[in-house]
Design a protein around this ligand. Structure first.
Ligand code: FBP
Length: 338
């Protein structure tokens, strides 16, 4: 098969009427910025990019140098790109307007510039996650409220994994597709079109160290997986946890599986661990477009009406049978409590 570059693929999507020119050019800018982030992460200690930045982000989390570097690379690339009205990031409290000296576009971009920060210094895969929304027509200076659109309104979503190979996984709502960075020519090339996540799986991902803090339905569901062949599920399940959402989700997009970051007593007051706008929503769009499912344990993630730019939600995503079973246990428990 003749290799298809990302640019060719974007032109095909435009010809198919799935995206407009501005959105395809925006994705090119984001992909190019991620190539630069890939180079920076690849340098590691030799580039002096490991370790803490000495600052905290809006969530009160200690920032890594690469969190700050990746954020700046994405801001700079998208400022002059001319396809955005504004952007928002995990690393910034408020949306970043496009400087007046640059042309503005019709799109809003949200991103987690470097997901899996706790793994940077130990050379485990990290990534960038992004989501694209339309800027409301009558808005010239977007504020946070203009980003608070449900996941169902996303025009595009994607992630890049910086691992042994650098991969971009992308959806515009017409399937989910994977591109591998050809380091020799420096361009992303289509490596899998129309990815399908198997409905059934024998593999789950969750941070087991939080078990005692989970709600009862989560205890029940995971308890049954751990009981395996000797329990009501009548088959064994294997566990994986990389603690980089991009890496855990990419494994699921590649061979199936189910990922959970449920509500627990420690994070209940925050509403969850993972952020709705630039982690849960884009991953839900990608997974659903690949035939999987994504809920908060109670409702479809993409139907959650956002109330805050950095809002957190519980995340259940992956192979549909397991997401639906775990969600059913939570709904049954809620109904039983009346
Ligand atoms: P950030 O690194 O972008 O803050 O993301 C949060 C995250 O690292 C996810 O990538 C991952 O799934 C989760 O937190 C790991 O949580 P824990 O440290 O509890 O295992």
């Amino acid at each position: 098969m003749k290799p298809v570059s990302l640019i060719q693929f974007l032109i095909e999507e435009r010809r198919a009427g799935h995206i407009n020119t501005e959105l395809s050019l925006l994705i090119e800018v984001v992909a190019r910025a991620c190539k630069r982030i890939g180079v920076a992460t690849g340098k590691g200690a030799l580039g002096g990019v490991l370790g803490a930045a000495g600052t905290d982000n809006v969530q009160g989390e200690a920032q890594k140098k690469l969190d700050v570097i990746s954020n700046e690379i994405l801001l700079e690339a998208n400022a002059w790109g001319g396809h955005l009205a504004a952007c928002a990031s995990e690393e910034m409290e408020d949306p970043q307007p496009i400087p007046d000296m640059y042309p503005k576009g019709q799109h809003l971009l949200l991103f987690d510039p470097l997901d899996g920060s706790s793994n940077i210094d130990v050379n485990i895969s990290v990534g960038t996650i992004f989501s694209v929304l339309r800027c409301p027509d009558d808005v010239t200076e977007p504020k946070a409220e203009h980003f608070l659109q449900p996941g169902t309104t996303q025009l595009a979503a994607g992630y890049v994994v910086y691992g042994p190979s650098t991969l971009l996984v992308l959806t515009f709502g017409h399937g989910t597709h994977e591109f591998t960075l050809d380091r020799e020519i420096g361009s992303f090339t289509l490596s899998r079109r129309d990815i399908r996540i198997p409905e059934q799986t024998g593999e789950f991902a969750i941070n087991m160290s939080n078990q005692r803090h989970w709600e009862a339905p989560m205890q029940r569901y995971i308890g049954e997986l751990l009981a395996g062949n000797d329990g009501p599920r009548g088959r064994d399940f294997n566990m994986r946890w990389v603690a980089s959402m991009v890496a855990d989700v990419h494994r699921i997009v590649t061979r199936g599986g189910v990922f959970f970051y449920p509500l627990d007593a420690k994070i209940k007051s925050k509403g969850g661990k993972l952020r709705l706008m630039y982690e849960a929503n884009p991953m839900a769009f990608i997974v659903e477009q690949a035939g999987g499912a994504a809920t908060t344990g109670r409702e479809r993630i993409m139907e959650v009406q956002p109330t805050g730019l950095h809002q957190r939600v519980p995340v259940f995503l992956g192979s549909s049978q397991e997401v639906e079973q775990a969600t059913r246990y939570h709904r049954e428990a809620d109904n039983a409590q009346g």
